[in-house]
Design a protein around this ligand. Sequence first.
Ligand code: CP
Ligand code: NVA
Length: 309
Amino acid sequence: MRHFLTLSDYSKEEILEILELAVKIKNETKNRVFKEYMHKQILGMIFEKSSTRTRVSFESGIYQLGGVGMFLSSTDIQLGRGEPMSDTSRVISRMVDMVMIRTFAHSKIEEFAKYSKVPVINGLTDEYHPVQLMADYLTIMEAGLTKNLVVAYVGDGNNLAHSWLMLAAKLGFELRIATPKGYEVREDILDEANEYAKESGAKFFITNDPKEAVTDATVVTTDTWVSMGQEDEKEQRLKDFAGFIIDSNMMKRAKPNAIFLHCLPAYKDYEVSEEVFEGEQSLVFQEAENRLHAQKGIMVWLDQKRDEK
Ligand code: CP
Ligand code: NVA
């Protein structure tokens, strides 16, 4: 049985296999063909943080696959009143077929997975957001940009940045990360990515200069400057991130055919200008839709691997 907690647990071949499955199921869905890959299966969806895309993509996705999603907000279940992850896992995983969790520390999802009888999917932790990256790469594939791919991530060295690092490390493309000083990616995660890069040929370029990062990039991406759980730091962060907005001047430095991606929700005229967000290079809503298709690929793949050790 496999879990989907971070891309570091996955090989290039496995990531591409899941994406291939996502493309196949997307085509079927577009033709209104709904094959019941997960007939009668129940997906438990535990949320300790807010969500629009993750909740809707998993809930719609499992339903379209022939199963049903069970939304479990931590404010409603006993987890929110202090029942341990280990006990919650041992109970819920005996009653459902797969679990998706959005939580704070990554160690919490690891704890749940350790005790779970069923596959566990990371729907975002403070450290990683791997399901988002699968949708992002699907969008890059559809844009025909996988060859000589150069991704520039500008913004906070957060869960998104860490997952970009893992994706690039596994697939072997060039990733530039520009953060303000003091907001760099975690060093241990960068070290781990560098280890994988030895095999994949990935190139990393870490800087505090956004202009340097986006020059000649083929994908430009960013994320909110204030992630969930960091609301108290908002005032300071808005000051520290000055100059890191992706606006049309910044986009002009990238390749002419470059695309703009954002996991959403976007805070316009902070990390991205309204003009870029709404502009022709922006594929953010295709990217958001791809959450549905990528999530289905992940669920079906995990279901197929269920009996493997
Ligand atoms: N991108 C993303 O995960 O969005 P939600 O927080 O709305 O799920
Ligand atoms: N980095 C953001 C992503 C939201 C989808 C957060 O963790 O809040």
